[in-house]
Every structure is written in structure tokens, then in C-alpha cells.
Design a protein around this ligand. Structure first.
Ligand code: GRG
Length: 296
């Protein structure tokens, strides 16, 4: 598998589905729909939806079975980025290589664009036509799972602990809480939803859960490392901001070398977890390595 081709093909698939599902810019209210589309189509890597599609295929499912949920996950991720960039939170000027949403549309519309993306994501997860080949109890399990990983005991909770830890001495368990909740959870949820909607059994779900937990934490450690050694132009956002804000990160707590070692160990754990799935999980194996070796 050539990773570059795989990522490009899957991104194209996800982008055209997002374009179909998101309300058009010519639908009222224009500014809101423009703001939603501005951030969604600002050039993200589509890692979470691609992982979901790959997880579905790893259990014998298809991309078509999960595409709506993959788009929903990207909408939730994009909402979190829009809100995270707001003056009340990280107050960032650039994201995905463009001025942040509130810089272009103003704070009020940026807040509402995030709110609308989150709400639209749950509408999509519940869409009857998109879920026509999935048992209703599986659809409900997916909705509950995504809500749990996105809410106060998931991403939003991780964001709060992250904010409250700025400029504080943070111990290792708190750092792991922040990373697994703020970022790791949506990655874990993406592969779990892929397993469920792809028709996987409980053994496959458990294997992919182990994979997603390790890959999700590895992703955030790699993100911490990129904030220290990454290239601003390639990342499309400012670097060095974690240290400037006194954020809790792996390199800050463990040093760069140990942080890299921990990311590599987690990647190995993720790859090992895929053994019961055989060759169908090869793309996930490649994606796990990409997560820790990427430059953006
Ligand atoms: C505001 C509720 C709320 C939550 C914010 C995800 C998050 C929580 C904040 C984002 C801050 C941040 C940059 C975290 C680092 C990890 C991360 C989510 C990076 C961005 O994800 P990528 O690299 O981005 O997948 P693209 O743009 O490629 O989709």
C-alpha cells in the first residue's frame, strides 16, 4: 500500500461526502454555512474519518457503511478546533494554514459555526437513510459512544483540565488524562465506530479498541513533539505555542528523546493489537506508523 495514494483517495472520498452532507453556502443563514464550510474545507488531514473507514474495512465492512459517521467525526473535530482557537481559549490566528474562523467571521459566528457542526454531526449519525443497513441498536450504540468521547467525560473534559493546567506543575497521570481525553478519545471513537458500523464482532471491536487507545495517545505525543520541532509552514499553525503558554506536554515533562520513545512504544502496541485482524488491517498498521512519523 502506498500511503500517499491511500490518504489522497480516502480524503477525496470523505471530502465529497462532506460536501454532500453540509448545507450549501447559498442556504440561509449564509454566513453560518460559509463559516462551517470555511473550516471544514481548510485542508485538514482527515485522519479520524480515514481511520474509521480503515477500521470498517479491517472487519470486512465497506467505506460506504461508515461514510456518514466519518463525516460526522470530522465535523466534531472541526468544531473543536474552531472553539479551541477562540480568544477565550487558545486565541490562535492560524489553523490549517488559514486565518482562524473567528478572525474571518467574527467570534459570535465562529462559536455558532462550531455549535452547528457539533449538532449536525449528531443528526448525521442518526440519519435513517445513511444507516439503512445497520441494526437500530448498533446505531444507538454508536451515537452514545460518540457523545461520551466528545462530552464532559471526553474531549470537552480533557480541554478543561488542559486549560486549568496551563502554567501549573502537572504530574504524569494528569498529563495522560489530558491527552487521552482531549485528543485520544476521538481517535479511539473513530476506530470503534468503524468496527461497529462495519459489522465487526466483539473480539474485533476489542482489538480495534486496543489499537485506537494506543494510536490516539501516540497521536497527541507526536503533536506535542511537532510543536517543538515541527515546521510552521507544513503544520499550517504556529509552533512553540505549547511552551509559550506553559502547557502540559510530553516533551516538557519527559524530554524530547523520551517522548519520542514513548510514541514509538505506543505505535508498536497499536500495531500488535491488530494481529487478530490479519491482512485486512494492513492499512491501519501503516496509519499507526504515519501518526508518529508525520511532519504535519
Ligand atoms: C474546544 C471542546 C473543545 C475541545 C478542543 C481538539 C482540541 C480540544 C483542541 C485542539 C488543540 C490541539 C491543536 C490539540 C492537539 C491535537 C490536535 C487535535 C491536533 C489537530 O488535529 P489534526 O492534526 O488536525 O488531525 P487536522 O487539521 O489535520 O484535521
Amino acid at each position: 500500500m502506498v500511503l500517499k495514494d491511500y490518504l489522497r483517495d480516502r480524503s477525496t472520498l470523505v471530502d465529497s461526502a462532506l460536501d454532500r452532507w453540509l448545507p450549501g453556502e447559498k442556504h440561509l443563514p449564509y454566513s453560518l454555512h460559509q463559516a462551517m464550510r470555511y473550516s471544514v474545507f481548510a485542508g485538514g488531514k482527515r485522519l479520524r474519518p480515514i481511520l474509521m473507514v480503515a477500521a470498517s474495512e479491517a472487519v470486512g465492512g465497506s467505506a460506504g457503511q461508515v461514510l456518514h459517521a466519518a463525516c460526522a467525526m470530522e465535523m466534531i473535530h472541526t468544531y473543536s478546533l474552531i472553539h479551541d482557537d477562540l480568544p477565550a481559549m487558545d486565541n490562535d490566528d492560524f489553523r490549517r494554514g488559514r486565518p482562524t474562523n473567528h478572525k474571518v467571521f467574527g467570534e459570535a459566528v465562529a462559536i455558532l459555526a462550531g455549535d452547528a457542526l457539533l449538532t449536525e454531526a449528531f443528526r448525521l449519525l442518526a440519519d435513517a437513510e445513511a444507516n439503512r443497513s445497520t441494526p437500530p441498536e448498533t446505531v444507538l450504540r454508536v451515537i452514545e459512544l460518540v457523545a461520551r468521547y466528545a462530552g464532559s467525560q471526553g474531549m470537552v473534559g480533557g480541554q478543561v483540565v488542559d486549560m486549568e493546567s496551563e502554567g501549573q506543575e502537572v504530574d504524569f497521570p494528569t498529563l495522560e488524562y489530558i491527552h487521552t481525553h482531549k485528543t485520544g478519545g476521538l481517535i479511539l471513537a473513530s476506530v470503534q465506530v468503524g468496527a461497529l458500523l462495519g459489522g465487526g464482532d466483539e473480539k474485533q471491536f476489542a482489538a480495534l479498541s486496543r489499537f485506537g487507545g494506543a494510536a490516539g495517545l501516540a497521536f497527541q505525543i507526536a503533536d506535542d513533539i511537532l510543536d517543538v520541532v515541527g515546521d510552521q509552514a507544513e503544520l499550517g499553525k504556529n509552533v512553540g505555542s505549547d511552551q509559550a503558554r506553559g502547557k502540559a506536554t510530553y516533551p516538557a515533562l519527559l524530554g524530547l528523546a523520551e517522548a519520542r520513545q514513548r510514541a514509538k512504544e505506543l505505535c508498536d502496541i497499536a500495531v500488535e493489537a491488530l494481529t487478530p485482524l490479519g491482512a485486512a488491517a494492513d492499512p491501519l498498521q501503516t496509519l499507526a506508523r504515519y501518526i508518529v512519523e508525520r511532519n504535519s
